[in-house]
Design a protein around this ligand. Structure first.
Ligand SMILES: NC(=O)CCC(=O)C(=O)O
Length: 262
């Protein structure tokens, strides 16, 4: 089965959800001219890392984001992996990903499990408590958020359950661009799955971001890669390739989990 993927590598307005909603709406309208099946947005696309102001700018229970993304997915009849947003809950703020299908229904709510201390997430955010498995277009998928990709065992939890596509949403800074590219390729090769990774572009008061959103096939080949500027990348993927690669080198039947230390 072939699917067309689009990553919107947005330049995020710092701490300005209304402006970012305008940008997302306009970028989705533009990218829909290429008729993708699935659109991916970056991490914390509505606020950026304006963590000290989350009290006023985080989305109460994610309600505003859910209504906004649901409207767009129905309007354009498209699946949206809606990056992540700061969600205000009764017990704190989480960095939460929503995925909506073409009917505007939520098929995943996942909050970032691994909080990134280098960007102060642990001071302002609560970690998630659920995994990132979901189904889109009859295909099992996983959603993870940025720093999560440094934990191969977390992604493995999802691929041992059958995930064939891993969606990564990120605000990954430029000084670690090399890590971003190598880790994403490694996650695709070791899990023999597609990796669709959407980073942000631009800068905020503390960081310059790397861009380089990528679509990588189960053999580790980069099908499409952005540069560091705001843009969208669009590419077709063929899910039969997941089965082919998994048959050729059957790591999921050859693995010896009894021997692995947890
Ligand atoms: N937003 C993030 O989780 C950034 C992760 C990161 O930069 C890293 O090096 O890991």
């Amino acid at each position: 089965m072939a699917l067309k993927m689009a990553c919107i590598q947005l330049d995020i307005a710092f701490g300005n959800p209304e402006e970012n909603k305008k940008r997302v709406r306009s970028e989705i309208e533009k990218v829909m001219l290429q008729q993708p099946d699935i659109i991916v947005l970056p991490e914390l696309w509505s606020t950026g890392y304006d963590l000290t102001r989350l009290d006023t700018i985080a989305d109460e229970h994610g309600s505003d984001t859910k209504a906004f993304i649901s409207e767009l997915s129905r309007l354009y009849n498209v699946n949206i992996v809606a990056g992540s947003i700061a969600k205000k809950t009764d017990t704190g703020v989480t960095n939460t990903m929503y995925v909506m299908n073409r009917h505007g229904e939520i098929v995943l709510e996942y909050s970032k499990l691994h909080l990134f201390k280098l960007m102060n997430e642990h001071l302002y955010l609560q970690p998630g408590k659920t995994e990132g498995l979901f189904t889109l277009e009859n295909t099992l998928c996983a959603g993870v958020i940025c720093y999560d990709i440094r934990f191969p065992e977390w992604l493995r939890v999802h691929t041992t359950k059958g995930a064939e596509m891993i969606f990564v949403v990120a605000e990954w800074p430029l000084p670690r661009l090399n890590h971003w590219r190598v880790l994403l390729q490694a996650r695709a090769i070791e899990n023999q799955c597609y990796v669709i990774a959407c980073n942000r572009a631009g800068r905020d008061p503390n960081n310059i971001f790397a861009g380089h959103s990528m679509i990588i096939d189960p053999w580790g080949e980069i099908i499409s890669e952005a540069d560091e500027n705001p843009c969208s990348i669009v590419a077709k993927i063929d899910l039969d390739k997941v089965k082919q690669v998994r048959q050729q080198i059957p790591i999921f039947t050859d693995r010896r989990p009894d021997w692995y230390i947890n």
